[in-house]
Write a protein that binds this ligand. Structure first.
Ligand SMILES: NC(=O)c1ccc[n+]([C@@H]2O[C@H](COP(=O)([O-])OP(=O)(O)OC[C@H]3O[C@@H](n4cnc5c(N)ncnc54)[C@H](OP(=O)(O)O)[C@@H]3O)[C@@H](O)[C@H]2O)c1
Length: 225
């Protein structure tokens, strides 16, 4: 990893399941900040299509697309943006390639009944804890679970939110807090250990239900720090 012309390091951020709105939204923001970004998919053509879409929005950014396995292999930092239903199986299949790497878990395990969101109970305690249990040799960080894709996908609009970052690995947490603050408008807040990721994941259900009431995009702001 060395410095690029933009000042960002030459690390590669790889999105596992990056073709959905959340993966594309985060990829857009990080590419805009000068990061090298790879969009992952189960299908090479869907990945390339998503990368082409980002390039159309932001010409000249460093973005590519590949199947998840290749993205996991090439990434310095992997960012997991698959639906919760696919979380464990996807990570199990990529564990070898993700060993030793920072893995950022964005997944919020939720269910919906008549449009009302609820947090889903996870045996390990949270999606992030499940990731760490599945990826014993990776450095798992929980972050971005409450940042709306709709906000991320408008590149010129600041995202007026805190991002609470939880990890047991202090260095990995610091790196991802720095990454979060590359998104215009975002403040990173140290959320403590990975066991606290469960609260951020489940809070996302409340934000979605508030969005329904106010027809808005609510965000997290931690006062007093
Ligand atoms: N959307 C939001 O605003 C938002 C906000 C905060 C957090 N999140 C979290 O971010 C994650 C992604 O959200 P999203 O809305 O982008 O999700 P999504 O569109 O439903 O899924 C993202 C991608 O995951 C892949 N995928 C779907 N089913 C899969 C399966 N069975 N196995 C492997 N890959 C599968 C698909 O890519 P391919 O078909 O190309 O492989 C899909 O494009 C979720 O866990 C969500 O909780 C979302």
């Amino acid at each position: 990893m060395g410095p690029s012309a933009s000042g960002a390091s030459q690390r590669t951020l790889g999105f596992i399941g990056g073709t959905g709105p959340e993966g594309r939204g985060l990829a857009l923001r990080f590419a805009k900040a000068g990061e090298r970004v790879l969009i992952g998919s189960r299908s090479a053509s869907r990945a390339e299509e998503a990368a082409a879409g980002l390039l159309k929005t932001l010409p000249g950014v460093d973005v590519g697309g590949a199947i998840n396995e290749d993205v996991a292999r090439q990434a310095d930092i992997a960012i997991v943006t698959v639906p919760y239903e696919a979380h464990r199986s996807t990570l199990e299949s990529l564990a070898e390639h993700l060993a030793g790497k920072i893995v950022v878990d964005v997944v919020a395990p939720l269910s919906f009944d008549k449009g009302i969101a609820s947090a889903v109970s996870v045996d390990e305690g949270s999606a992030a804890m499940q990731a760490q249990a599945t990826l014993g040799r990776s450095r798992v960080v929980g972050a971005f679970q409450s940042i709306s894709a709709q906000d991320l996908l408008v590149p010129d609009r600041p995202v007026d939110s805190d991002v609470v970052v939880c990890a047991d690995d202090a260095e990995a947490k610091k790196i991802i807090m720095g990454l979060a603050e590359q998104i215009d408008g975002v403040r990173a807040v140290d959320g403590g250990g990975l066991q606290n990721a469960r609260y951020v994941e489940s809070f996302t259900a409340l934000l979605l239900n508030i969005n329904r009431i106010y027809r808005a995009h609510s965000t997290i702001k931690i006062g007093g720090v």
